[in-house]
Ligand binder design. Structure first.
Ligand SMILES: Cc1cc2nc3c(=O)[nH]c(=O)nc-3n(C[C@H](O)[C@H](O)[C@H](O)COP(=O)(O)OP(=O)(O)OC[C@H]3O[C@@H](n4cnc5c(N)ncnc54)[C@H](O)[C@@H]3O)c2cc1C
Length: 413
């Protein structure tokens, strides 16, 4: 059997892979997309039922393709995002094969190009764009996990409150996932403990506009990777229940017991770090700074926008903050389940090309590696803050498509 040869292979059929397909098609460049599951698989199988897209409907778009909606200020369900991505694949008429996994990638011997081993046989390609996602595998601290003997699940496998055994739930991690899941569980009538780490808290709306409007108006969504905040904190926001600002003091007022970071677990007892007050202060500080920046923007541009003093209101400190727990007995607290909302990592162990650093992360500049023809797309901060956002990936894809087009022209001449 002759080995299949193609010009550009795109690995991954999520928003990034499909956008790449669109950009190559626009330049008349032949390619193939391989997706190991279904189109938009992670939105189908690694998001919980109640998740809402965190950007308002008016801002949801892929290149040349707008999200259909009746409520511009509403927040889409995961199912609606899946339908949107699938419809985009149809609009692009992306040449995609689903159910085909790439199991390894290596350079060709003695000539340029790559060999991808797939579940459907090898494929040779001049160029490869790896678009396998910014959030690929759950990160859970094994040293803690192995000492807990109640039901445990990572946020990527959490579905809904009914999936969990009865009793209180401990959510570990206070990023967007942890805080949203904690709120959902509380509203479902569960007793909730939330372990809060350092976080960046941003307002959902301010002075009549949504956060996403502000990020764009102030150019923050275009912040280049070189200016990335060294703390690397991801914003805590939510689109659930109509979208609102996450405020951990308000969670506590509604009954959530806030905890500091979980340091260790021994004999069913959790040791809690004395850092809750610091973490809340960091989040509150970032929130207040953002409001100040927005006010300065209004002033600078002479915008006519209503004042919004309520956004600056700080609730009083709850008891769990003034007298924080330093130990938590899992059994005595009646905890029946632990949700790990401790983030995601990447797994590029299948790439046998010298483009990974000592931590297994790709070394690239705006998605372009030092190995000619090998590219990455859709990673966090690939080129800018919005590189891994649905509405931000299109510009990076266009830049990579231009690079591939130049490379094809050079090779032909
Ligand atoms: C809980 C959560 C909520 C989020 N909410 C938002 C939001 O509201 N707004 C927003 O803009 N962003 C959001 N994001 C971030 C981002 O938009 C999503 O992570 C999005 O799924 C990224 O799209 P992608 O195409 O880059 O990667 P993915 O959606 O991860 O797609 C990668 C695809 O590659 C496939 N694949 C992987 N390995 C292989 C292989 N070896 N061979 C073949 N196929 C492979 C996978 O099956 C998958 O379909 C969220 C992320 C998470 C985790």
């Amino acid at each position: 059997m002759p080995i299949e040869q193609i010009k550009t292979l795109i690995i991954g059929g999520g928003q990034a892979g499909l956008t790449m397909s669109h950009r190559l098609k626009q330049r008349g460049l032949a390619h193939l997309v391989l997706e190991r599951g279904r189109i938009g698989e992670r939105w189908r199988s690694e998001r919980w039922d109640g998740l809402r897209f965190q950007f308002p409907n008016w801002s949801v778009r892929l290149p040349d393709f707008l999200f259909p909606h009746t409520d511009p200020d509403g927040f889409a369900t995961s199912g609606e995002i899946v339908d949107f991505i699938a419809a985009y694949a149809g609009f692009v008429a992306a040449p995609i094969r689903c159910g085909v996994a790439v199991t390894s990638l290596r350079r060709r011997d003695g000539v340029s190009g790559f060999v991808a081993e797939t579940s459907d046989g090898p494929i040779v390609a001049d160029n490869v764009v790896v678009a396998t996602g910014p959030y690929q595998c759950p990160v859970v601290p094994a040293v803690l996990r192995d000492n807990i003997d109640v039901f445990q699940e990572h946020a990527s496998r959490y579905l809904n409150p009914d999936q969990l055994p009865s009793g209180a739930v401990l959510v570990i991690g206070s990023g967007a996932s942890g805080s949203q899941i904690a709120e959902e569980l509380l509203r479902a009538g569960r007793r909730v403990y939330l372990s809060v780490g350092r976080h960046s808290r941003l307002p959902r709306r301010y002075r009549g506009r949504d956060l996403i409007w502000w990020l764009s108006a102030m150019g923050i969504d275009q912040t280049p990777a070189e200016q990335r905040d060294p703390s690397r904190l991801l914003p805590v926001i939510t689109g659930a229940y109509g979208g609102h600002t996450i405020d951990f003091r308000s969670f506590a007022a509604d009954g959530v017991t806030l905890l500091g970071r979980v340091k260790a677990v021994r004999g069913g007892i959790m040791e809690i770090a004395p850092d809750l007050a610091d973490s809340l202060a960091t989040g509150d500080g970032i929130h207040a700074t953002f409001l100040d920046m927005a006010d300065a923007h209004v002033e600078r541009h002479g915008l006519n926008m209503p004042q919004d003093p309520a956004a600056r209101a700080v609730l009083s400190d709850p008891l769990c903050l003034t007298e924080p727990l330093r130990r938590l007995d899992i059994g005595a607290a009646g905890i029946g389940a632990v949700i790990w909302a401790t983030g995601y990592g990447v797994d590029f162990g299948w790439i046998d090309v010298p483009v990974l650093d000592g931590h297994g992360k790709p070394v690239h500049r705006r998605g372009i590696t030092d190995v000619p023809g090998l590219y990455f797309l859709g990673l966090q901060w690939l080129s800018r803050l919005n590189s891994s956002f649905l509405s931000g990936v299109g510009d990076d894809a266009a830049a990579l498509a231009d690079h591939i087009a130049d490379r094809s022209r050079t090779r032909q001449s």
